[in-house]
Write a protein that binds this ligand. Structure first.
Ligand code: GLV
Length: 325
């Protein structure tokens, strides 16, 4: 019997996807540009599985061109690139890769927080540019962490891992989410607050919610103006949770003090974007999960989801709620 055809949108190290060997026929897309390459689109009609990245759009039109599809496996924890209701209508399971990238992403959120709090980018550039003439008692002053308040928007796995790290730095912790989580409150020393309360009282606001219709532009001109002028915004979730134009104004005009972003809208940000000109904005190229271990585990988990879908078993991590019953 012929092996099922799987479209893998981007090349991956063979040792990360070794479990697929002898079990599927792989058609692999190029490293660039992102998305489904023309030679993959040609084979949609035959494909039984899709193994894709967060940069690949799986929408109604693509699904309609793929009548034999039995599983979509996204190598990411976020899945806003996929039309989940359209997949569910076809009873097509969609897999994601939670857990294995939690520490890497929380570490990066904390790296951005520390670097933004201490103006590390500018300080390092100043040193390199010869502006470090002497030890200055009033030069390169940053924010104190101990005793300051960190507000977590979203207390899922990554939000909780950031809370764990923050405790070690003596930060007070607030969180907001769709509902209070009493077990997490006692385990992590976090306190529930409304979104408004959190914005008004936090010295650092870190975003850990998925992108959805409800969270798109959650951080906008109105909500940025509610934050403290001395506060720092950290985003390791999805760029579109923040209204980029409003953030440019906020950083230019001092509504908030600084931002540390691992995600932007659009993504990538064009090199001439005004955010790059702001000394109080640190931007990383969406590298939250970019450690050797996390990325390998994400690929392995994506393989497990893919094989389960092709073999008609429940996916280890299936995101369509209706297919999990
Ligand atoms: C990364 O952003 C992911 O969703 O895995």
């Amino acid at each position: 019997m012929a092996l099922p055809l799987v479209l893998l949108t981007h090349p991956l190290p063979p040792e990360w996807i070794s479990t697929l060997q002898g079990r599927v026929r792989l058609l692999v897309g190029p490293a660039e540009p992102p998305g489904f390459a023309p030679h993959l689109l040609e084979y949609l009609g035959e494909a039984e599985g899709i193994f894709c990245l967060l940069t690949d759009k799986v929408d109604q039109a693509l699904l309609e061109a793929a009548p034999r599809l039995r599983v979509v496996s996204n190598m990411a924890v976020g899945y806003d690139n996929i039309d989940i209701p359209a997949c569910t209508r076809r009873r097509l399971p969609v897999g994601n890769t939670p857990g294995v990238l939690t520490d890497a992403t929380a570490d990066l959120a904390f790296a951005l927080l520390l670097a933004s709090a201490r103006g590390l980018t500018k300080a390092a550039l100043d040193a390199r540019d010869g502006l470090w003439q002497t030890w200055s008692p009033i030069g390169w002053l940053g924010a104190d962490l101990r005793g300051a308040t960190l507000g977590l928007v979203g207390l899922g796995k990554i939000g909780k891992a950031v809370a764990e790290r923050a405790r070690g730095f003596g930060l007070n912790l607030l969180y907001t989410d769709s509902a209070p989580q009493p077990a997490a409150e006692s385990a992590l020393g976090v306190q529930y607050a409304s979104f408004d309360q959190l914005l008004r009282t936090s010295d650092f606001v870190s975003l850990h919610c998925p992108l959805s219709a409800e969270t798109r532009h959650l951080i906008n001109a109105q909500t940025l103006r509610r934050m403290k002028k001395t506060s720092v915004l950290i985003n390791t979730s999805r760029g579109a949770v923040v209204d980029t134009d409003a953030l440019v104004n906020a950083l230019r005009e001092g509504w908030i003090a600084a931002a540390g972003l691992d995600v932007t809208d659009p993504e990538p940000l064009p090199p001439d974007h005004p955010l790059y000109d702001l000394p109080n904005c640190l931007i990383a190229p969406h590298i939250g999960s970019a450690t050797h271990g996390a990325r390998r585990h994400m690929a392995e988990l994506a393989c497990e989801n893919l094989l389960a879908g092709l073999e008609g078993r429940p996916l280890p991590h299936c995101v369509n709620p209706e297919l999990n019953d």
